[in-house]
Design a protein around this ligand. Structure first.
Ligand code: NAG
Ligand code: NAG
Length: 234
């Protein structure tokens, strides 16, 4: 109820009628736009969120190189049109790289993003046949706390090498398999994250990285969206 009282009546009405259009023109943020997609497919839905991902990949070198990742997600939609936004992935990787081992992701990047209400986390889960992993973006205990559909489990539909260089992980385009958080996810403007070329069996390690995720679409109820909107760093 508190949330609703901040939202003009016309907007509430519009959000029921056309949730995607409403998201694309959120009053506090203006229209979200995405720049260089590096040749990935164009989005089929309106952009709904711009997230900064900051995390660590654990590299387990056995017969093959296995990657595990836990990435903290911060909603940067409202600052994504600002002139210095292009620096955010590099700036936050720098802060995260220099942070001591005991420093949390949030504490490392607190000078650059609003960490007071994190959006969620990105991680991998074992897939339904138990032989592979599926990527998940999970806002069920973050921006959409209590909504168990507020996640995106996707499949990689396209990828390209990062135009920024070989130290940066590939740019990805994923489409929804289950969940209501988004229809598509782009991982672009990656910084870091590639395992060292010289890794040898037995030498496990961690690599810090940052990236932007652009989400499109989504079918979450209006109430959930309003909560999320309130949590934005505007
Ligand atoms: C799980 O992942 C493995 C390895 O990538 C793949 O071969 C298999 O088809 C996947 N199963 C499902 C149900 O997606
Ligand atoms: C994601 O996929 C599931 C299963 O196909 C579907 O029910 C849901 O509506 C999709 N969500 C979005 C946001 O596209």
């Amino acid at each position: 109820m508190l949330t609703i009282s901040f939202i003009p009546l016309a907007l509430v009405a519009a959000s029921y009628a056309a949730p995607v259009a409403h998201l694309a023109n959120r009053p506090t943020c203006g229209t979200l736009t995405v720049g260089d997609l590096g040749g990935l497919p164009l989005p089929k839905n309106a952009l709904s969120y711009v997230l900064l991902g900051v995390g660590t990949k654990t590299i387990l070198v056995r017969m093959l190189v296995h990657l595990r990742a836990l990435v903290e997600l911060f909603d940067v939609s409202c600052i994504s049109n600002s002139p210095d936004f292009a620096q955010l992935p590099s700036d936050t990787l720098d802060l995260w790289t220099k942070a001591s081992p005991s420093t949390s992701v949030a504490d490392a990047v607190r000078s650059k993003v609003d960490i007071s209400r994190p959006f969620g986390e990105h991680y991998f889960i074992t897939n339904s046949s138990g032989t592979g992993i599926d990527p998940v973006w999970d806002a069920t205990s973050g921006a959409f706390a209590g909504n168990n559909q507020a996640f995106f489990l996707g499949t990689v539909a396209a990828q390209v090498q990062a135009p920024t260089g070989s130290n940066d992980v590939n740019w990805l385009y994923l489409t929804n398999v289950t969940g209501s958080l988004a229809a598509e996810v782009y991982r672009i403007q990656t910084r870091g994250g590639q395992p060292s070329a010289s890794c040898t069996p037995g030498q496990d390690g961690t690599v810090k990285f940052t990236t932007l995720y652009y989400l499109t679409g989504g079918d979450l109820p209006a109430q959930g969206r309003n909560n999320a909107q309130e949590s934005r760093p505007c």
